[in-house]
Unconditional design. Structure first.
Length: 331
C-alpha cells in the first residue's frame, strides 16, 4: 500500500482537505501541530493529519527499509492488544537500539506524529493501541539478555526479552526473578516495566518495580537518559526509575533494563486446604500471615472454578458441596 493511502485524502499530506472550507481547516491543523510542539509527548489525541511519503522515507532512513512497514496486513497485526480493541496505525517501525529510537522520536516530535511504544501487545490497559493513528514503535528487535552478573546478582536486558525466557535463563544459574504475570510466556520485560506487572507471587516478592535498579530511557524529545544504577543502594536524587515503572509508555521508551536478582529458593512446597465457607478460607489467610509465614502466593479458588465445564469435579471426590479452597506455595 502506498504511503498515505489509508486516508481519504490519499497522498495529499498533512493538513490538507478537499472541500471549500480548505483554509480554515488548514489553520486548525497547524494549531494542532503547534500544540504538540508545546507539549511534546508520545501520543496526541488531537493528531488528525496523515503521514506522507516523505515521512515514511525518513523512517526508512533511520531504521532501514526492511524495518518499517505500512502494509495493511502488517498494520492490522499491530492494531490491537489484550483489550481486543483495534486502532490502525499508519506505520510500524522496528528500531534496533536506543539511538534509532531517539532519531524516530526526534523526527516524530518535529513532524507532530504520535508514537505508541509496543512490546508484545498483551497489555490490558490499551497503552500500546494507536488510538489516533501515527507510528507504532515495536521494541521486538531489542531482545537480547546483555549480561547476567552472578557475582552481584544483577542482569542487564533489552526491553523485548520475554519474561519467562529471562526467568529460565537466570534459574539455570541458580538465580531468581520473582515477578510472574500470568502473561510471562509471551509478555516483554519492557512491557512489564511500563505496566509494573505482577502476578500471584507479589504477596511475598512484590511487583516488577521492586526488581528494577535502573533504566535506559529515550524521552519523547529523543534524549537518551539513564536512571538508577547497578547497586542496591541508590539514594541520591529523584527516583526516576520508580516514576517510569508503571508509566505505560507515556514518559519515555525503555531501551535497557537493569534488574535485581535473588538467589533461587532451595525448596518449594505447595499446600491445598479446603473450607466449607468463604469466611473460613479468608480467616485462614489472615491466620497464616499473622503467624509471620509469608507464602509466595495464596490463591483462593471457589468451587465453580474447580469444576470442569461438564460439571464434574477434578480430584475433589468427597469434598463437601459448599467448599472453598485456599492453596499456598511457599519457597
Ligand atoms: C492472558 C494474560 C494474562 C495477563 N496476566 C497479567 C498478570 O498476571 N499481571 C499483570 O500485571 N498483567 C497481566 N497481563 C497484562 C500484560 O500481559 C502485562 O501488562 C504485560 O506487562 C504487558 O507486556 P507487553 O510486552 O505485552 O506490553 P504491551 O502490551 O506491548 O504494552 C503495554 C504498555 O507498555 C508500554 N510499553 C511497552 N514496551 C515499552 C517500552 N519498552 N518502553 C516504554 N513503554 C513500553 C506500551 O506503550 C503500553 O502502554 C496479562 C495479559 C494477558 C493477555
Amino acid at each position: 500500500m502506498p504511503p498515505g493511502a489509508l486516508h481519504s485524502d490519499g497522498e495529499s499530506g498533512k493538513g490538507t482537505c478537499i472541500f471549500q472550507g480548505q483554509y480554515i481547516i488548514v489553520l486548525l491543523c497547524c494549531f494542532e501541530k503547534c500544540w504538540f510542539h508545546e507539549y511534546p509527548g508520545m501520543c496526541c489525541s488531537y493528531y488528525s493529519a496523515a503521514m506522507t511519503k516523505d515521512d515514511y522515507k525518513t523512517l526508512e532512513n533511520i531504521v532501514g527499509k526492511s524495518h518499517v512497514t505500512w502494509e495493511t496486513a502488517d498494520l492490522l497485526c499491530y492494531s490491537y492488544d489484550g483489550t481486543r480493541q483495534s486502532f490502525m496505525p499508519e506505520a510500524v517501525v522496528f528500531p534496533a537500539n536506543a539511538q534509532e529510537v531517539s532519531e524516530i522520536l526526534q523526527f516524530a516530535n518535529t513532524a507532530g506524529i504520535p508514537v505508541f511504544p509496543r512490546g508484545a501487545g498483551s497489555g490490558l490497559t490499551g497503552g500500546s493501541l494507536p488510538t489516533s493513528g501515527g507510528i507504532v514503535l515495536s521494541t521486538e528487535r531489542m531482545n537480547q539478555i546483555l549480561r547476567i552478573d552472578t557475582e552481584n546478582l544483577v542482569a542487564v536486558v533489552e526491553p523485548a526479552v520475554v519474561t519467562g525466557v529471562f526467568q529460565k535463563s537466570v534459574e539455570k544459574l541458580g538465580l531468581f526473578y520473582p515477578p510472574d504475570p500470568a502473561s510471562l510466556a509471551f509478555s516483554s520485560l519492557g512491557g512489564n516495566v511500563a505496566e509494573n506487572a505482577g502476578g500471584p507471587r507479589c504477596v511475598k516478592y512484590g511487583t516488577t518495580k521492586d526488581y528494577i535498579l535502573g533504566l535506559e530511557v529515550v524521552t519523547p524529545t529523543g534524549d537518551i537518559i539513564t536512571t538508577g544504577g547497578q547497586t542496591m543502594k541508590g539514594v541520591v536524587g529523584y527516583d526516576l526509575t520508580k516514576l517510569i515503572c508503571g508509566s505505560e509508555g507515556t514518559l519515555g521508551i525503555v531501551t535497557k533494563i537493569i534488574i535485581r536478582l535473588l538467589p533461587l529458593p532451595e525448596a518449594r512446597k505447595t499446600m491445598l486446604a479446603m473450607f466449607h465457607s468463604i469466611q473460613g478460607a479468608a480467616k485462614a489467610v489472615s491466620t497464616i500471615i499473622s503467624n509471620k509465614i509469608i507464602p509466595s502466593c495464596l490463591e483462593f479458588i471457589d468451587k465453580y472454578t474447580l469444576e470442569d465445564p461438564g460439571g464434574r469435579r477434578r480430584n475433589m471426590e468427597g469434598a463437601p458441596d459448599d467448599f472453598s479452597c485456599a492453596a499456598q506455595d511457599q519457597p
